[in-house]
Design a protein around this ligand. Sequence first.
Ligand SMILES: [Zn+2]
Length: 509
Amino acid sequence: MKRLLILFILPLSLIGQNIEQIFSGKNEIYFSFDYKNKQELDNLSKIISLDHKTNKYTAYAYANKIQFNNFLKRDVKYQIINNNVYYNNISKNNWDYYPTYNQYVDMMYAFADSFPQICKIHSLGTLNSGREILIINISDNVYQRENEPSFLYTSSMHGDELTGYVLMLRLIDDILNNYNSDSYITNLVNEIDIWINPLANPDGAYAGSNNNVWGATRSNANFVDLNRNYPDPQDGPHPDGNPWQDETLMFMGLSDTINFNISSNLHTGAVVANYPWDTWPQLTADDNWWRHVCNEYADTCQYYGSSNYFTGFDDGIVNGYDWYEVDGGRQDYMNYFKQCREFTLELSNDKTPDPLDLPSFWNANYHSFYNYMEQSLYGLRGIITDSITGLPLEARVEIVNHDMDSSHVYSSLPIGNYHRYIYQGSYQFTFSKNGYHSKNINASIINNNITFLDVQLVPTSFVSIKEIKTQNKTTESIDLLGRKNNKTIKNLKINLNNDGSITKKIIIE
Ligand SMILES: [Zn+2]
């Protein structure tokens, strides 16, 4: 009660001090408030600077000290959005140091708080240590599934390989802050379902202390190498002899939930784009496509980076198995079991480089980060639906005389969209699903271009009747249940083509 009284009788000078505190160390604050009607909002917009994130109920705004003083006089309840954690600690220092664990968590939540319409944070789970595995989802309609490829960057599953950790935080910041101002980035956000997990092994990264990364370990808290802990196409579910770790289970759960089409897994210790496979010597069906996108990555880094950056191995790229065999790696798991195109990206020879060098790694890599993201839009894509109901289908897309070792893909629900990345050329695609007639369709693909192909699959049941209905317009309707003029047809004889179309007339008795 006493406290309340004090609040009520605060003299103006004390309110002034309060504002001094709010503005301590900054000239501008960011805040939100609920408003009742447009008139109120219009009036307030004359005092403060409304942000484009303002929606029907909640306004987001910036204010300097004088503006905010005027705003306070209107007696509107407000909430300061505390994005100073990442702005002050990291971005204002040019992203040249490793955040503490708590700074990292605050930063991730601040991203989502600051850009709620295009950015959502998910916790994949909390480890026994209490540390969380966090992932940011960025898209134009971040709360709804759309006809978009799902793209994933994840870094530092080896806890002491930390270049990608800070670069991914910076990438999130770059995307969010350039949305609606940079047309290239705006387009990526509008067209792609982007997921970024900067730190896949927080227990390894902060093994020494939550306050710094200098005691970081490669393995997780159980001393397990997470990049040997996944089911392997050749070596079975537990190639390392360990049970699946919590981190592994969280990522497997994520990849079961989100149908990632394309991804990259960031490491350090070398500088190279490592493409599948890691576990066995045979090449993937799409080896030429892999070399194309990895060369694009490496060449762009050569252009923007310091001399000799991304020039090792075969001009900055390498086939994984050619380099050294990895069993139980996440790259092969994603490619083989999840039909997601994932490659392993090695960003720096130093596992945990001098943080002052992180900005130069950013300058060398960020164009490539975006290029690879852009690749998610290319290749053959479309929506697969049921020809009768129009409902989306989860169907298989396979390339005749091409696909092998699980290189086919599936369309995914709830949209029915599929994305088949492939090197340019002409191919025959087979679209199939149990209970439907398969369809073979020829299509041509050009590198770094999109070929759209929507496909309607004809169900094996009832379909003939529907076809008759559309073909034989002069007769009375024959409905989907096989009735003519509401009388059940007793005898149907139909010859169908492979795709479900009718070759022979029917006899109705
Ligand atoms: Zn690694």
